[in-house]
Ligand binder design. Structure first.
Ligand SMILES: Nc1nc2c(ncn2[C@@H]2O[C@H](COP(=O)(O)OP(=O)(O)OP(=O)(O)O)[C@@H](O)[C@H]2O)c(=O)[nH]1
Length: 598
């Protein structure tokens, strides 16, 4: 297709504002799929994604659209909608010239609306504001228009839409043609194609999703990935409409995928540039950076015989996930396992769930932690991704932790509540501004380790669901951190060690010991629980010894009841690990995340 008839665009939105529903509608209206064969949210292909309703991996769909007697190729590039995947979002946007900014007519502009808008503006995209869900009784499109004006967009130009009822969809497509510029790019130049996604297919090897920026690519070409210098021969090419359709070439400005007998997505890094081996481009496209895990957790099989299967499962998942890292780790308490690195908590949960569901593994997972940069007295700098491996306090000069810059949009009534929460989490206040007369935006610098777990839930509950959050990494910052160990029966359980701020160590130690007392089932003997910093015990609790047989509760001959009780016990045991002579349930390893802040 000629460049002037191509449009590449994304849909960006705050979560739940209707991005997937609008995408479905665009696909349906352009006839890519009849409404009968249309499963809701065809862009989210993994089962898990559908269940959670979260788009994890970007994909592209080619729509064919007639406008004023001409035929256009519209490539809709899907972006993941979660803060864990900001880098993927930014690569997907780099492949576009325009973006539909979807705002819920009842909710208005939210934190991710703004964050996504800024990302899109950084990439110089044409923005088409869409006010969605105008069918809702609580819709207030006028108010949303004003909010759009406040953030520098022409709200009066916004397209009123009901993605659910199919209202306004044609106008959206017409605006894409009219307002999104066709791709620039040098059709005769050396090939430069941006990788914005890749996925592993067991028959074809890795499918690499690209946007051709300069030049063109055809089957049989020998390509080179500029970041890794690896070379492959293109065996197959295609586009999604949304079902895969084979093509034999992709020209300047076009979007599609190719296969080249590539065995692992590790070779096809999102953001890297593809060029031709015999006519390489001089420089890659800007902005590539390798995926960097931010959150680490220990993964241990409950049944140590499953260690090999766990390794195989992780290797398989890694074929399709360049951001997942893992290395073997041994824990005195849990035995042989792996320390795995993830982009964020959502990524971690998805991987853990897939390991259990798709690979039928039962795991003990340790509480997630961030990665610390530790400068030793000797001057040596070490990376610590496991709290148990933090060097002794005497050897440490400084510890630095990752911090984020967070923007929180809240009704002004809740500013006090939000500030209180941010302070509890060691936040440093940066700014307060008003979006309109009822809503404010607060910005804070916060330690990543303090917000990765329940910050968002807390924020929601303290603002009755009204506040929204977005954050970006903002480097490392020194902090007064110490390792807190937990001793059961007088023995340190390495998998329960955490890194906490010195000022909160006492409070956290007490709360954690209490929580563990609730979580660790009674044994036949008394189990003392101690929290300690170095050799100093800061809290102590005791799990009392078990007195009665659990079956004593069942009077007489009710056999089904008895069986049920035994099964329940077995179920409970499934996720236990014996540490020394104490049985510790999975929940205990996560207890640090659940200790109440006072
Ligand atoms: N009433 C109404 N509901 C809508 C409309 N568009 C979407 N919804 C509903 O809003 C909810 C969220 O829609 P999605 O399309 O899943 O939103 P999303 O932005 O893709 O969400 P994520 O993929 O989680 O980011 C769903 O329950 C939709 O049915 C609309 O025009 N009107």
């Amino acid at each position: 297709m000629e460049q002037r008839h191509i449009r590449n665009f994304s849909i960006i939105a705050h979560i739940d504002h209707g991005k997937s529903t609008l995408a479905d509608r665009l696909i349906e209206v352009t006839g890519a799929l009849s409404s009968r064969e249309m499963a809701p949210q065809v862009l989210d292909s993994m089962e898990l994604e559908r269940e959670r309703g979260i788009t994890i991996k970007a994909q592209a769909v080619r729509l064919v659209y007639q406008h004023q007697g001409e035929t256009y190729e519209l490539n809709l590039i899907d972006t993941p909608g979660h803060v864990d995947f900001t880098y993927e979002v930014s690569r997907a946007l780099q492949a576009c010239e325009g973006a539909l900014l979807v705002v819920d007519a009842a909710q208005g502009v939210e934190a991710q609306t703004l964050a996504n808008l800024y990302l899109a503006l950084e990439h110089d995209l044409a923005i088409i504001p869409i006010i969605n869900k105008i069918d809702l009784p609580s819709a207030d499109p006028e108010k949303v228009m004003e909010q759009l004006l406040d953030i520098g967009l022409d709200g009066t130009e916004a397209v009123p839409v009901s993605a659910k009822q199919g209202i306004g969809i044609d106008r959206v497509l017409a605006e894409v043609v009219e307002k999104v510029p066709p791709p620039a790019g040098d059709a005769r130049g050396a090939l430069r194609a941006l990788i914005f996604d890749s996925r592993f297919d067991s028959y074809k090897g890795v499918l690499v999703y690209i946007r051709v920026v300069d030049g063109s690519l055809k089957i049989g070409d020998r390509i080179r990935f500029m970041a890794t210098s690896k070379e492959f021969e293109v065996t197959e090419m295609g586009v999604f409409g949304p079902h895969p359709v084979p093509v034999d070439h992709l020209d300047t400005g076009e979007v599609g995928f190719f296969a080249a007998q590539i065995k692992t997505v590790q070779d096809t890094r999102v953001g890297d540039t593809v060029t031709l081996a015999d006519r390489p481009a001089e420089a890659p496209l800007p902005g590539y950076r390798p995926a960097q895990p931010m959150v680490y957790s220990g993964l241990y099989p409950v049944d140590s015989a499953d260690y090999g299967r766990l390794r195989e499962a992780l290797e398989k998942l890694q074929l399709n996930d360049a951001a997942l890292t893992f290395e073997p780790e041994t824990s005195a308490a849990l035995g042989f396992g792996f320390r795995a690195g993830f982009l964020g908590l959502l990524h971690m949960e998805v991987i853990q769930e897939r390991l259990e569901r798709e690979y039928d593994l039962t795991l003990i997972t340790t509480a997630p932690n961030v990665v610390y940069r530790v400068t030793l007295v000797s001057g040596e700098v070490v990376r610590v991704d496991n709290p148990a491996l933090l060097p002794p306090a005497g050897d440490i000069q400084t510890i630095e932790e990752p911090v984020v810059e967070a923007s929180i949009i809240t009704p002004s009534d809740y500013i006090g509540a939000v500030m209180e929460l941010a302070q509890e989490r060691r936040g440093i206040y940066l700014n307060l501004s008003y979006l309109d007369n009822v809503r404010a935006m607060l910005t804070y610098r916060l330690p990543l380790g303090e917000i990765m777990y329940d910050f968002f839930d807390q924020l929601k509950s303290r603002t009755r669901g009204y506040a929204s959050l977005d954050y970006q990494l903002a480097g490392l910052q020194p902090a007064d951190l110490v390792r807190m160990d937990i001793l059961l029966n007088g023995e340190v359980v390495d998998a329960l060690s955490t890194i906490v701020h010195r000022d909160r160590a006492y409070q956290k130690g007490r709360a954690l010991a209490e929580k563990l007392r609730e979580l660790i089932p009674r044994q036949l003997f008394e189990v003392p629980i101690q929290a300690a910093i170095g050799a100093r015990v800061i809290a102590r609790e005791t799990v009392k010894a078990l007195r009665k047989d659990v079956l004593a509760k069942c009077y007489g001959g009710d056999i089904t009841r008895k069986r049920k009780l035994l099964e329940k016990q077995k179920e409970g045991k499934r996720r236990m690990k014996s540490v020394g002579s104490v049985e510790i349930p999975q929940e205990a390893f996560m207890a640090i995340l659940r200790v109440e802040e006072s």
